[in-house]
Design a protein around this ligand. Structure first.
Ligand code: PBG
Length: 326
C-alpha cells in the first residue's frame, strides 16, 4: 500500500463521534449579562442582535431562563445612572452589578457569578482608570486602590469570582492582597491579563455605554501585533496569584490561546467578544453563512486550548446541547 487511509475513521457518524478530539459542554460556557440601573428596561442592543440591556427589576426572568437552560456561570456588566471622573459607581456597595449579584445569589445560590473589575463603565470619560491631568493618560498607581475597593465590594456582594479587566500593572497583586485583607482569601481571581486593544470590542461599548470620550486604550491594553508580550503578561499574573487566565478576544487570537495553554497549567478562558458575535450573527442573518459556523467557532477556540468560553452565544448553544443537536 502506497498511501495512508485516513477515511477509515470518518466513515460513519458513530465512528466520527468515537474519535472526536474536542467537544463543547454546557459547563464550558459563561454568559455575559448587561444590567442597567434604570427601571423597566429590556432593550435589544442595536449592534448586538439577541443581546439585551436589562433592568434589575426584570433580571429575575432572565436569570430563570439562563438557569433552566443549564448555564452554570454568568458575568455581569453594569450600566449605571451616574458616572464621574473616578468611577465611584464601580465600588458602591449598592452599585448596579453588586445588586445584580446579590439578587442572583438569592435566587440561584449555586449559579456562579463573575464580576468584571474595571472602572470604564463608571467613569464619565470612559477610561478604565483615573486620568492624570498632565499626561491625559490613565494613572496606573492611582487607579489600583480604586480597583481594590471595587473587587472587595464585589466580593462582599457575594461574587464567586473576581475578573479584573482593567489592564493596570500590578492589579493581580493588589486585588489579591485587598481581598485577602478583607477576609476574602477564598475568592478566586480570573485575570483578564491578556487583553488586546481590539476594535472587536466596538459593540460591547455600545452595550455598556463605555466608549472612551477621548483617546483610546492602547497605553494599557496590548498591541494586536504582539505574541511574546502575552507570555510576559501570563508570567506576571501567574506570579502575582491569578487563579485563571482570560485571553481576549478569541477568534483572531487563537495562536495566543495555544501559546498560553502550552505555557501554563492554569484554567484558560477565551472571551468570544462582542464584535466576533455581531459579525457572525449578521452573516447568518443575511444568509451568507449557516448557523453551524457558531459551533465551529466554539470548537476552534476549544481546540486552541481554552477550557471555558465567555460568549453571547451561550444560551443558543445550551439550547442546542439540550436538544442533542451538538
Ligand atoms: C472592560 C471590558 C470590555 C469588554 C469586556 N470588559 C471593553 C473594553 O475594554 O473596552 C469587551 C467585551 C466584548 O467586546 O464583548 N470592562
Amino acid at each position: 500500500m502506497k498511501f495512508d487511509r485516513h477515511r477509515r475513521l470518518r466513515k460513519s457518524e458513530f465512528m466520527r463521534d468515537l474519535v472526536r478530539e474536542t467537544s463543547l459542554r454546557k459547563d464550558d460556557l459563561i454568559y455575559p449579562i448587561f444590567v442597567v440601573e434604570r427601571d423597566n428596561v429590556k432593550k435589544e442592543i442595536p449592534s448586538m442582535k439577541g443581546v439585551y440591556q436589562i433592568s434589575l427589576n426584570l433580571l429575575e426572568e432572565e436569570l430563570k431562563e439562563v438557569y433552566e437552560l443549564g448555564i452554570k456561570s454568568v458575568i455581569f456588566f453594569g450600566v449605571p445612572n451616574h458616572k464621574d471622573d473616578v468611577g465611584s459607581g464601580a465600588y458602591d456597595e449598592n452599585g448596579i452589578v453588586q445588586e445584580a449579584c446579590k439578587l442572583s445569589k438569592k435566587l440561584y445560590p449555586d449559579l456562579i457569578v463573575i464580576l468584571d473589575t474595571c472602572l470604564c463603565e463608571y467613569t464619565d470619560h470612559g477610561h478604565c482608570g483615573v486620568i492624570d491631568p498632565n499626561t491625559k493618560d490613565v494613572d496606573n498607581d492611582k487607579t489600583l486602590p480604586l480597583l481594590i475597593e471595587t473587587a472587595v465590594s464585589q466580593a462582599k456582594a457575594g461574587a464567586d469570582i473576581i475578573a479584573p479587566s482593567n489592564m493596570m500593572d500590578g492589579f493581580v497583586t493588589e486585588i489579591r492582597k485587598g481581598l485577602d485583607d478583607a477576609g476574602f482569601y477564598h475568592v478566586p481571581i480570573m485575570s483578564y491579563g491578556i487583553k488586546y486593544a481590539s476594535k472587536f470590542y466596538g459593540p460591547f461599548r455600545d452595550a455598556a455605554e463605555s466608549t472612551p470620550s477621548f483617546g483610546d486604550r492602547r497605553t494599557y491594553q496590548m498591541d494586536p501585533a504582539n505574541r511574546l508580550e502575552a507570555l510576559r503578561e501570563l508570567e506576571s499574573d501567574t506570579r502575582e496569584g491569578a487563579d485563571m487566565m482570560i485571553v481576549k478576544p478569541a477568534l483572531s487570537y487563537l495562536d495566543i490561546i495555544r501559546d498560553v495553554r502550552n505555557n501554563s497549567n492554569l484554567p484558560i478562558i477565551a472571551y468570544n467578544v462582542s464584535g466576533e458575535y455581531s459579525m457572525t450573527v449578521n452573516a447568518i442573518e443575511q444568509g451568507l453563512l449557516d448557523e453551524e459556523v457558531i459551533v465551529e467557532q466554539m470548537l476552534s477556540i476549544k481546540r486552541a486550548g481554552a477550557d471555558m468560553i465567555i460568549t453571547y452565544f451561550a444560551k443558543d448553544l445550551c439550547k442546542k446541547i439540550n436538544e442533542g443537536a451538538i
